[in-house]
Design a protein around this ligand. Structure first.
Ligand code: FUC
Length: 939
């Protein structure tokens, strides 16, 4: 929003809503709320995300060839199964004892052997390997195809059909000549890294066999074993899981090579890049897995003949209306495509029109990376796709229906073709048989049929209108603008590249709203919570399974929910917590022998709650408390007593029960401590990480307060209050730092990405400037020790922490790092999605919440207005920020000074608000608004 418009709006919510709706009629937000680009996406991280909470898609915006990669949020690997390890509880006492004696390595070993959860069954590698080796290579040259090596991201990304998602056995071969100078000396054949196992033959002789993705493949070639010409190099690669093949080196400029022993590749001969390959077996034995992976569903592919060379190209995402558009001209005709994910209709929609009648011709098809998938003609306007996840319980069904205006339509078993239409609408429905973590009896075929039947006869403009109205019912609850000229005449990737110059404050407003856009698009009531990638994933083995990591990432996804006016979108997380409670009750019993419920540092679609991976980070006890923090926060923001009584309290109480039975008395200090646990992903398995104590203390505080408010469980609450007082307190260590562990062993040089021991500063509130300036100072020292660099989510956490520490400049510095090109590390991709790297959505949500944290805070007694106003934001207005206590706040500032403030009290009750040196305190009535001037005088 430009300064002129901003001035006219004068901070009035009513006017803002009108202004935004004015834009709605035109179908565009007028620029400020757009991401746009002047060329199609080449990489996934350039494509634009759309989603309705259930279906997600990445729109590439190609002209002659368009790719819309899509997901359905319940398509995962795996199946309902037992994740808990019987008998685990018999070792928990020993683990505690070993840790108390400082015998960490032994504790980790024991836990590794007897405490971690159960993995899915493993296939028989040896039998498979023997079978594959015995089969050998095909004689007939026609069976071999050609590809280039190495493929750094694995053969899965080579763009070759059949290699996508392939775990199996592939033969590779190439031939090369050797100069005389190299013939008579020992050589090294350097094949980089190979995933996972190789059998390497030179001129028919086996010269090496190595198993292990991380190992170098440097094989010695004795002098005299090569010929001057036509040496045959043949490699059988066995890939068991994830990326496959010749993945080269991290430094992608280093070639596969042959060079004199003792030298490096520069002194030798690079191997040819062109290799022949042959897929011998695509059915690698099952890899045992602790938890499941989120899966891509398929691609919707469009071919538009003759659209190779176009003019006036533009693709954009309008986040005020949740519509992506691609437009361009071919031979004087303007083509416009619109894409959106409709929640009311539960479909992905693509609409193609031209400004000349009869000009739209398109061939649409579906392509799934799942080996077990099949396309079919359903009827004269519908194409179907059925798929089955490998070795998993889930099936997917998708229907693609075309609704043309004019033109001819034909449907085969592989595509829909439309010729000479005025416009074409494509509706894509997708579903799986997933019903619940323990029930896969759904009927996706019925679901997609039903979805399309409900659309019958609805004109496109109505479907679009309903979508926009539905989306805006969430989006329009909040607006934000930072004055100044918007630099939206520049493509968004260019704005990201120059954001650090501080001259594009409106990009910050766009970033904040993009966080809200992404939450509305990935987390609707009744759907799964936003996972590590929201619901957008194009990979069969996505990073960290694209699951739910509970030691920061899942929670960070929901930081914007309450404060940015999207309270209802918190719901999917609460549903998940209800299910984790059910599953986690078993884990508490089987792994700890106690009542209560627990989940460790990760969960998945099947709601795994047992500890996974390695004991040095997979045994962590803080998650139930952190998840309960979200229930309590929802209550604080909404003051919804029914929610507190019926939903939050029972879950919080049962989590508190777990801690009540599992806190241990520290023999040295007598304090109660959490053990066995860790300070997320740092320092291994330990007794008594500060973060756990902060979390448990907070949870105990919530249940005590809730029981008082609800008038129940008085005696139990008194016990909990007494226990809380005995939990090991936060301590200040020898560098003045907040201690991360019981012992004062923090290393000021350690730059670990997690700031776990600062949880009580943010997102918790136990340590704040009002109640404990000394601990706050210690937290500042710790945060300085950690430094500024970090993964995307780590930057986002630091943004929030610096805002809570009231350091506006540092908050701004970190925001500039987050909104910077991802090339160097944590930052933003061209599509403004967060880079861990790789893509991980938490930083988008944490960053959006951090922008607001600098403008308003309400975690102490009262509300602080503009507590950490960024230097780059002299002007601005925000409407619809929520504060704890049930308040909705609009504010406006000029030249860094508050000029207008309005507080709407939803529930009534006392309001205490501070700005600069001013304080206002008053009783409020439910539904009443209160206006204040720059000195907090009532107007
Ligand atoms: C946590 C982090 C990692 C990553 C993973 C998904 O374990 O420590 O950086 O974000 O989650």
């Amino acid at each position: 929003m430009g300064l002129q418009l901003l001035k006219r709006l004068q901070g009035s919510r009513w006017l803002i809503i009108m202004a935004v709706c004015g834009a709605c009629a035109g179908g565009s937000s007028g620029g400020a709320l757009e991401l746009w680009y002047d060329r199609p996406a080449v990489e996934w991280n350039e494509a634009l995300p759309i989603g309705n909470g259930r279906l997600g898609a990445m729109v590439f915006g190609g002209t002659a060839h368009e790719r819309i990669q899509f997901n359905e949020e319940t398509l995962w690997t795996g199946e309902p199964r037992e994740y808990n390890r019987p008998g685990a509880a018999t070792v928990v006492g020993q683990l505690r004892q070993l840790l108390a004696e400082g015998r960490q390595a032994e504790a980790e070993r024991l836990a590794g052997e007897r405490f971690m959860g159960l993995r899915s069954p493993a296939g028989d590698r040896n039998a498979w390997r023997s079978k594959v080796l015995a089969a050998g290579t095909p004689d007939n040259d026609d069976f071999w195809q050609v590809m280039e090596l190495p493929t750094h991201g694995g053969w899965e990304v080579a763009g070759i059909p059949g290699l996508e998602g392939l775990d199996g056995a592939v033969w590779f071969r190439t031939a090369f000549d050797v100069p005389d100078s190299l013939l008579e000396q020992p050589l090294v054949l350097d094949l980089g890294k190979i995933r996972d196992e190789d059998f390497t033959y030179l001129n028919g002789r086996l010269i090496g066999n190595t198993d292990g993705a991380g190992k170098d493949r440097r094989y010695l070639v004795p002098a005299g074993s090569l010929k001057a010409s036509n040496n045959q190099l043949t490699v059988l690669v066995l890939n068991y899981y994830d990326k496959g093949g010749f993945v080269g080196y991290k430094d992608t400029t280093v070639p596969l090579a042959l060079y004199p022993a003792g030298k490096s590749h520069e002194a030798g001969l690079p191997l040819p890049e062109r290799w022949h390959y042959f897929v011998q077996n695509d059915d690698a034995p099952a890899e045992p897995r602790y938890q499941a992976d989120y899966q891509p569903f398929a691609d919707l592919l469009l071919q538009l003949p003759g659209h190779d060379s176009v003019a006036s190209y533009r693709r954009m995402l309008d986040i005020a209306n949740a519509v992506a558009t691609t437009s361009y001209m071919v031979n004087g005709v303007t083509f416009t495509r619109e894409y959106f994910a409709s929640y009311p209709a539960n479909v992905l929609v693509a609409h193609i029109r031209a400004d000349q009648r009869g000009a739209v011709s398109v061939r649409a098809s579906l392509r799934s990376p799942h080996k077990n998938s099949r396309m079919r003609r359903v009827d004269g306007r519908t194409l179907g796709l059925t798929l089955q996840v490998k070795r998993g319980a889930l099936r997917g069904e998708s229907l693609l229906r075309v609704v043309p205006r004019g033109g001819d339509v034909s449907v085969t078993d592989t595509s829909i073709t439309v010729a000479g239409a005025d416009e074409v609408t494509l509706y894509l429905a997708a579903a799986t048989n997933f019903k619940r973590y323990d029930d896969t009896s759904g009927r996706p075929d019925e679901a997609v049929n039903h979805t399309l039947a409900a659309l019958e006869g609805q004109p496109y403009h109505r479907v679009k209108q309903d979508h926009i109205a539905d989306y805006r019912s969430f989006f329009d609850t909040f607006s934000i603008g930072f004055g100044g000229d918007t630099l939206n005449h520049l493509p968004t990737d260019q704005r990201i590249a120059r954001f650090a110059d501080g001259k594009d404050p409106q990009l910050l407003a766009l970033y904040a709203q993009y966080g809200r856009y992404l939450l509305i698009s990935s987390s609707r009531p009744g759907t799964q919570p936003a996972n590590l990638q929201g619901l957008w994933n194009g990979l069969m083995t996505p990073p960290w399974g694209s699951k739910y990591t509970t030691n920061i990432n899942l929670e960070m996804n929901y930081w914007p929910a309450e404060v940015m006016g999207l309270s209802a979108l918190h719901e999917p997380l609460f549903d998940m917590v209800d299910e984790l409670r059910e599953r986690g009750r078993e884990t508490a019993r089987i792994h700890y022998g106690t009542p209560g419920w627990v989940v460790h540092h990760n969960t998945d679609l099947w709601r795994g709650t047992a500890p996974i991976n390695h004991p040095n980070h997979g045994i962590w006890l803080g998650a139930p408390a952190w998840l309960c923090h979200h229930l309590w926060e929802h209550y604080l923001f909404t003051l919804d007593e029914d929610f507190l009584r019926d939903r939050a309290y029972p879950v919080m109480k049962e989590a508190a029960l777990f801690y009540q039975h599992n806190l241990q008395e520290d023999t040295e200090t007598g304090y109660l401590i959490s053990s066995p646990s860790n300070s997320p992903e740092h320092g291994g398995l330990v007794a008594g990480p500060a973060m756990d104590h902060q979390l448990i203390r907070a949870l105990f505080g919530y249940v005590v307060a809730a029981s008082a408010r609800l008038g129940i469980d008085e005696d139990w609450a008194a016990d909990i209050r007494a226990l809380a007082a005995r939990i090991a307190p936060d301590r200040i260590g020898r560098f003045g730092q907040l201690q991360e562990w019981l012992d004062d062993v923090d290393d000021p040089e350690n730059k670990h990405r997690h700031m776990s021991h600062l949880w009580a500063v943010h997102p918790g509130a136990g340590i704040n400037g009002a109640n404990d300036p000394a601990l706050m100072e210690a937290a500042r020292i710790s945060l300085n020790h950690r430094g500024d660099e970090g993964t995307g989510w780590s930057l986002a956490w630091k943004i929030n922490l610096w805002a809570r520490l009231l350091d506006a400049s540092r908050t701004e510095k970190l925001l500039k790092m987050l909104i910077s090109p991802a090339a160097r590390g944590g930052g933003s991709y061209p599509n403004l999605l967060d880079a861990h790297p790789p893509f991980q959505i938490d930083g988008n949500f944490g960053g959006a919440a951090g922008i607001v944290e600098a403008l308003l805070q309400s975690h102490t007694e009262g509300i602080d207005v503009l507590p950490a106003l960024l230097p780059m934001l002299p002007f601005g207005q925000v409407s619809g920020i929520r504060a704890r206590g049930g308040f909705v706040i609009d504010l406006k500032w000029e030249k860094h000074r508050l000029t207008e403030l309005r507080v709407l009290s939803i529930k009534g009750g006392p309001l205490r608000i501070r700005y600069s040196a001013y304080l206002a305190e008053l009783a409020t009535e439910p539904g009443s608004s209160y206006r204040f001037d720059s000195k907090l005088q009532r107007l």
